[in-house]
Write a protein that binds this ligand. Structure first.
Ligand code: AMP
Length: 127
């Protein structure tokens, strides 16, 4: 996916406060909110506040402060949702989709953190 960022994507509009969201946690560099169509009892999206299209864009071009802020917010979400292994919980799945083959719907990098049920096996070769 090209690096060009569309400022009208729905998560950019959430960050600008134009669309409401169900916030779970926030810091200077990232926002976590509940997915509008949850696929698990706990389904939270974590997004950087900067203009990054995809995982690779963020990983390559995010500043160290942005990447650290993003990752720490992910840890906070796992703790808030009661999913973390360190706290003796059952765990979770964290995934990100990129581009056409990743079936990415919203072109602003986001990590899905899902848990609260058995998430099932990973895809098979032909799924
Ligand atoms: P992806 O296919 O990885 O791009 O996932 C996009 C996700 O964003 C989907 O799980 C949608 O349900 C979710 N989504 C779309 N619009 C909203 C919204 N306004 N608030 C919260 N989640 C949303």
């Amino acid at each position: 996916m090209p690096r060009a960022y569309d400022d009208d994507n729905i998560f950019a509009r959430i960050l600008r406060g134009e669309i409401p969201n169900d916030t779970v946690a926030e810091n200077d560099h990232a926002l976590a909110f509940r997915d509008i169509a949850p696929k698990a009892p706990s389904h939270v999206l974590v997004i950087p506040k900067g203009r990054y299209v995809s995982f690779e864009d963020f990983a390559a071009h995010g500043t160290e402060a942005e990447i650290t802020g993003f990752m720490r917010l992910c840890a906070e979400v796992v703790a808030i949702e009661g999913l973390g292994l360190e706290a003796g919980n059952q765990g979770f799945r964290a995934i990100t989709n990129a581009g056409a083959h990743g079936v990415q719907e919203v072109a602003h990098f986001h990590l899905h953190i899902m848990g609260g049920r058995m998430m099932g096996p990973m895809l098979s070769l032909r799924d």
